[in-house]
Design a binder for this molecule. Structure first.
Ligand code: ATP
Ligand code: MG
Length: 249
């Protein structure tokens, strides 16, 4: 087994909740209502994975499967400029944008295909200076929800989702990468990985760890992250902010 890597969120509170950042060889499911900050966290991780280890990164690159057309290069630029307050280097947005490979998924089958092609892209980048250490699927559930409506199709949907998840877990293991997926839920959490009161894991998830993080809005730019059913960390909450410069305490 390869050594697990950790990627900073940009917030010390959030990092501590996760045991020092988001881990590779794991799937992190960010779930929460619209506007809770899932896409913001995803953008920040796509920046931070590229940082050198001394700043909480892995010198890696990122792949984003964008299903809702919410990737914004300008937001990446803002976050890169925000790095200047953390470390006095000449950070340049274009240097970061070139290591973020974005693909728009038009439907659930396309999304599954893109996850398969991500594997090939990661292979071709494996021996470069910036191997892929992060794969984002934002949102992992939206297309499936929209396409499979009604009771008769639920089993079908679940089977497709399970296959997709399997591919993602394989990606995490083979590339020593973090898989970050988002899942919009209503105030009452109906999460993709099942009932939050039941243990997660078992034969479907294999040995890939799954962290489930519930995000919710608080006052102003504050957000609350709640860790649910982590394999290695106690459940708990952390407060962080989404600022123009990116995620902060
Ligand atoms: P959805 O389920 O609809 O996809 P989400 O959880 O992905 O929602 P985000 O898009 O991550 O939500 O969060 C949007 C919020 O992030 C905005 O309402 C705002 O509070 C904050 N935000 C977005 N861009 C900026 C910015 N440039 N500067 C500061 N805050 C921002
Ligand atoms: Mg979003």
């Amino acid at each position: 087994r390869k050594l697990v890597g950790k990627i900073t969120t940009g917030s010390r509170n959030f990092d501590e909740l996760l045991g020092g950042g988001m881990e590779t060889q794991a799937i992190v499911e960010l779930y929460g209502e619209f506007g809770s900050g899932k896409t913001q966290v995803a953008h920040q991780l796509a920046v931070n994975v590229q940082l050198p280890p001394e700043l909480g990164g892995l010198n890696g690159s990122a792949i984003i499967i964008d299903t809702e057309n919410t990737f914004r290069p300008e937001r990446i630029s803002q976050m890169v400029m925000g790095l200047r307050a953390i470390d006095d280097r000449e950070w340049r947005p274009e240097d970061f944008l070139k290591n973020i490979h974005v693909a728009r998924a038009y439907n659930s089958n396309h999304q599954i295909l893109l996850a398969e092609s991500a594997m090939e892209l990661a292979e071709s980048l494996r021996e470069t200076e910036h191997p892929v250490r992060l794969l984002i699927v934002d949102s992992v559930t939206a297309h499936f929800r929209a396409e499979y409506v009604g009771r008769g199709t639920l089993a079908d949907r679940q089977q497709k989702l399970n296959k997709h998840l399997h591919d993602l877990m394989r990606f995490a293991d083979l590339n020593n990468a973090l898989i970050l997926v988002t899942n919009q839920v209503m105030a009452k959490p109906d999460t993709f990985f099942g009932d939050p009161t039941k243990p997660v894991g078992g034969h479907v998830l294999g040995h890939t760890a799954t962290f489930r993080v519930y995000l919710r809005k608080s006052k102003g730019d504050k957000r609350i992250a709640r860790l649910v059913d982590s394999p290695s960390m106690p459940d708990g909450e952390a407060v962080f902010s989404v600022t123009m410069e990116g995620l902060r305490d």
